[in-house]
Ligand binder design. Structure first.
Ligand SMILES: Cc1cc2nc3c(=O)[nH]c(=O)nc-3n(C[C@H](O)[C@H](O)[C@H](O)COP(=O)(O)O)c2cc1C
Length: 188
């Protein structure tokens, strides 16, 4: 079964580390067979602060930017949320984008790739609580990168001593859940 996994870059500011982290992770996990990966850059969607009148769970999206975002997210069987830690939590750019839609996330798995002075683990824990409300299955294994401002060597490569967790081990768990839940959704 072919699966589609979206690797979502959660930060949007100029000069962010998030895009590099997502590209590094993507390069690592392409060994996993039968999976199509896509990096989804929030900055390219240009979402404003949530401006839909109806709660997302009702699925009555009015704005073109919401419809485009919903269509993209609906096209995946599972997700990697690449998140920095801002003020001991996840960035507003990511939580705002998550809140725009609802059913598109549901009954699918999500894995956390976090970064920050302590690996961004507090952001990831907060996102796990959000994932629960969205009826997502959060993957136990985590990839965490310490000191993102110093994570690249002189050649621009991520210094792997700063990384905890193995992207391929995490992806294997994500793929297991993505496949199981895809089958369950199709049989529901
Ligand atoms: C608004 C803001 C708040 C931050 N708060 C934290 C924090 O609480 N803990 C931490 O480890 N790093 C914190 N940092 C540092 C970020 O983890 C680090 O700058 C990271 O590169 C930000 O991700 P980005 O470059 O993709 O935006 C903060 C950075 C910003 C911009």
């Amino acid at each position: 079964m072919s699966l589609r996994i979206g690797i979502i870059v959660g930060s949007t500011r100029p000069g962010r580390a998030g895009k590099d982290v997502a590209e590094w992770y993507h390069a690592k996990v392409t060994e996993t067979p039968d999976v199509e990966y896509e990096i989804v850059d929030l900055a390219e969607f240009g979402l404003p602060l949530l401006d839909e009148a109806m709660p997302a769970a009702m699925g009555q999206y009015q704005n073109e930017h919401t419809k485009a975002w919903a269509e993209k997210i609906a096209s995946f069987d599972g997700y990697v949320w690449v998140t920095p830690e801002y003020n001991h939590s996840a960035p507003a750019s990511l939580t705002n984008a998550i809140s725009f839609i609802f059913n598109e996330w549901g009954r699918k798995p999500v894995a956390m790739v976090s970064y920050g002075s302590m690996g961004g683990v507090r952001a990831a824990e907060h996102l796990r609580a959000i994932a629960g409300e969205l009826e997502m299955a959060d993957i136990r294994l985590q990839v965490a990168i310490r000191s993102p401002w110093a994570m690249k060597d002189e050649n621009g490569n991520i210094i792997e001593d700063l990384v905890s967790g193995n992207p391929n081990d995490q992806m294997q768990q994500l793929v297991w859940w993505a496949q199981a839940l895809k089958t369950a959704r199709e049989n529901a």
